[in-house]
Write a protein that binds this ligand. Structure first.
Ligand code: CP
Ligand code: NVA
Length: 302
């Protein structure tokens, strides 16, 4: 595996290899075993959007693997003053061993990979959030013990999270049902692919989507960069909420996941959030372990 730009670039077995390594690294981490697999390596982390989990988990992950991480704010880099990505990619490739980037356009991430000569890891774009979904899949397997015969229901905006969940879950055989308003469907090509696999349903009916679901997932109604649409989105998404009524139609042992940050009272009620906080914060923790596995995979095959 050279890069992690989007999950559709990975095969099922590549995803499983990452998840298996993540489980192993988590076990070692919990048992105080050091694993300096990336000793002497440096990760550059470019952020043109905010972050709590991604930034901290990548940085700590590199330290735990014996390497270093540099936080590079998009505002401070010359990129923020118009230096082309193709030049930035070629320069940073001379200093760093890997770049993780969180930004708006997926094409910028792909361009970085095209012009650079080091592995590029996507830490979220408007299009997708592959690192999050790897941690989500790891968490699902921890709680359910398997990927077989599972249904995931995503309620809300057909955004970067929905796009990556469709791809990641379906590749592992998990059925996906998305409940979203008609104007906020996931990416058209991803939807087409999901339908072709026979494992995707898109509906505007929250209850239909949640029926007999093993995993109920949601994300914010307005993503980073959509702050000026917040008001119209509040209206469009009212009703697209995980609450006790929705949980009634899901399976009794359904787990609830949220990539965080969460807006209680909007996409999820405080009650459901707290009732499922074990899953949700294990999910957040698993960002660390899943990303360490990604870092090892991309830097070892360099
Ligand atoms: N879920 C997630 O990516 O969180 P951050 O925005 O805090 O990195
Ligand atoms: N859809 C959200 C995810 C945050 C982790 C956003 O892009 O802001």
């Amino acid at each position: 595996m050279k890069h992690l730009l989007k999950l559709s670039d990975l095969s099922k077995s590549e995803i499983l290899d990452i998840l298996n390594l993540a489980d192993q690294l988590k076990y070692e981490n919990k048992n105080g075993l050091t694993h300096h697999l990336l000793k002497g390596k440096t990760l550059g982390m470019i952020f043109t959007k905010s972050s709590t989990r991604t930034r901290v988990s990548f940085e700590v992950g590199m330290y735990q693997l014996g390497g270093n991480a540099l936080f590079l704010s998009g505002n401070d880099l010359q990129i923020g003053r118009g230096e082309p990505i193709e030049d930035t990619a070629r320069v940073l490739s001379r200093y760093l061993d890997c770049i993780m980037i969180r930004t708006f356009k997926q094409s910028d991430v792909e361009e970085l990979a095209q012009y650079g000569s080091i592995p590029i890891v996507n830490g979220l774009t408007d299009y997708c959030h592959p690192c999050q979904v790897l941690a989500d899949l790891m968490t699902i397997r921890e709680f359910k013990g398997t990927f077989k015969n599972l249904k995931l229901c995503f309620i809300g905006d057909g955004n970067n999270m929905a796009n990556s969940l469709i791809v990641g879950c379906i590749k592992l055989g998990i059925k996906v049902s998305i409940a979203c308003p008609d104007n906020y469907k996931p990416d058209e090509k991803i939807v087409e692919w999901g339908y072709a696999q026979g494992l995707l349903e898109i509906t505007s009916d929250v209850f239909k989507a949640a029926t007999k679901a093993d995993i109920i997932y949601t994300d914010v109604w307005a993503s980073m960069g959509q702050e000026n649409e917040a008001k119209e989105r509040m209206q469009a998404f009212s009703g697209y909420q995980i609450n006790d009524t929705v949980m009634v139609v899901a399976r009794k042992d359904a787990m609830v996941l949220h990539c965080l940050p969460a807006h209680r009272g909007e996409e999820i009620t405080a009650e459901v959030f707290e009732a499922h906080s074990k899953e949700i914060f294990d999910q957040a923790e698993n960002r660390l372990h899943a990303q360490k596995a990604v870092l090892v995979k991309v830097m070892q095959t360099k």
